[in-house]
Write a protein that binds this ligand. Structure first.
Ligand SMILES: Cc1cc2nc3c(=O)[nH]c(=O)nc-3n(C[C@H](O)[C@H](O)[C@H](O)COP(=O)(O)OP(=O)(O)OC[C@H]3O[C@@H](n4cnc5c(N)ncnc54)[C@H](O)[C@@H]3O)c2cc1C
Length: 410
């Protein structure tokens, strides 16, 4: 492990800081980032403008070819820039799915015409992408999806329903996986498409979340015609393309934003329990020390991932460990913060509640962090199989033709 920047990385960090200092405002000790914000039209416009500014200055698409507007740099530069950027007040990030996932996949699996059409507008913040993968009966078991894609002349006709689609209500394009052949085992009968969200038959309905925001949607697809030129990869290769995309997602699913050890420690020093600061209470101290240990473990696990990238290697399954621990820690810290706040913990109004209702908000969005990008149980399966080499999870339907798998109506 090496915790220090190489001379090249240090020079790049200085360059990134100079750009950020000139174009954004540093967060103060009291700035709180939240994973629950709703994005209104103004947020989307600001995010697009900020992405454009970064791309113009060479601080986007770090390892993309220069001909597509990228920097031809390294994955490490992307990490260093993200580490510096999170210290500043910048518009919400809505480009992970396009710049971080869709376009790298199009560059690996797409045609030259597709790369030429989609790369620059995504990188410069002109077009937003979403991911139409999950369905009511296909989340962890993504290969069990039921949305159908049938070939009709030069087009495909797609029918089905997707759900939990983040940002669908302001996205121009989507990555869509559909079942093109139900007669073969589930992983073999899928095909991947690029969908223009303005196509007739695409019906986007926002889902109201427990936090009161509405950042993801249900998407109904009725006789949606997609030209064959919008197919990504070969017919039946949808699973392979989706896995290429999910490998890119690994780099974009980061630390769960919200209150962390330092914040709950500060709160426990301020709040009084039985006429003494809460930190004096033995049960409080035990919790705090546990979260401190987890936070330290996460810090060094991330540094291990970073060291692997810095040396040009692919990080191992550490990302699964980091996500599993950080999302659970966020939920526990948020719940304990609300407890410590007593009656004030029941106030959601950020204008009047202490700490801008930060713990309250985090308590409502933290469960989603334990599901998105792989549920806790799925991450434990990955760690069991790939890190500990334990026997694989049972997958009884893996080799059966999809239409022979016992199921309800489809
Ligand atoms: C905030 C958020 C944003 C999201 N954004 C998107 C998006 O943009 N696009 C998109 O396509 N999807 C998105 N999703 C959906 C997400 O990918 C799925 O919710 C996730 O894959 C889980 O699938 P599911 O909800 O169908 O749950 P299920 O897979 O039905 O799981 C239900 C429960 O069963 C457990 N389980 C399932 N299989 C196993 C197993 N083999 N072993 C042990 N336990 C198991 C799970 O851990 C879970 O507890 C988002 C989800 C959230 C919460």
């Amino acid at each position: 492990m090496d915790f220090n920047d190489t001379p090249e990385e240090a020079a790049f960090r200085a360059e990134a800081r100079a750009f950020l200092n000139a174009n954004a405002v540093l967060k103060s000790e009291h700035s709180r980032t939240s994973g629950s914000r709703a994005f209104n039209a103004e947020d989307v416009a600001l995010s697009k403008a900020w992405q454009g500014k970064k791309a113009e200055a060479g601080f986007a698409g770090f390892h993309w070819p220069k001909k597509y507007g990228g920097r031809e740099g390294t994955q490490m530069q992307a990490i260093i820039f993200a580490q510096e950027e999170e210290k500043y007040l910048v518009p919400p990030g809505i480009f992970n799915q396009g710049v971080g996932m869709a376009l790298p996949t199009i560059m690996s699996c797409g045609t030259q015409a597709q790369i030429d059409r989609y790369a620059r507008p995504a990188l410069f913040g002109e077009e937003v992408w979403c991911q139409l993968f999950s369905e009511p009966a296909a989340g962890s078991d993504l290969a069990g999806l039921r949305t159908r894609g049938a070939r009709d002349g030069d087009d495909w006709v797609v029918n089905g329903q997707k759900v939990w689609t983040s940002n669908a209500h302001f996205s121009q394009f989507a990555m869509l996986v559909a079942r093109s052949n139900p007669d073969v085992p589930k992983h073999q009968g899928l095909t991947f498409f690029i969908l223009d969200m303005a196509t007739p038959g695409v019906d986007v309905r926002r889902i109201k979340q427990i936090s009161g925001t509405s950042n993801f949607c249900e998407v109904f697809l009725t006789d949606v015609r997609i030209p064959d030129s919008q197919r990504l990869g070969a017919v039946g290769d949808g699973w392979k393309v989706a896995m290429t995309m999910l490998a890119n997602e690994r780099f974009t699913v980061g630390q769960a934003e919200g209150p962390d050890f330092d914040d709950i420690f500060r709160l426990a020093k301020l709040v009084m329990l039985d006429d003494a600061p809460a930190v004096n209470d033995a049960a409080v101290r035990e919790k705090l020390v546990n979260w401190f240990c987890q936070a330290q473990g996460l810090k060094y696990t991330r540094l291990r991932m970073q060291t692997a990238l810095s040396r040009g290697k692919t990080p191992g399954p550490e990302a699964s460990i980091a996500k599993l621990v950080s999302a659970t820690k966020l939920q526990e810290i948020a719940a304990f913060g609300v407890d410590l706040l007593g009656q004030a913990g029941a106030v959601m109004d950020s204008e009047t509640a202490p700490f801008d209702a930060w713990f309250q908000n985090a308590l409502l969005y933290a469960p989603g962090k334990r599901i998105a990008g792989g549920t806790d149980e799925i991450l434990r399966n990955i760690i069991a199989e790939r890190v500990l080499k334990m026997p694989a999870d049972m997958r009884v339907d893996k080799d059966m033709p999809f239409n022979k798998i016992p199921a309800g109506p489809r």
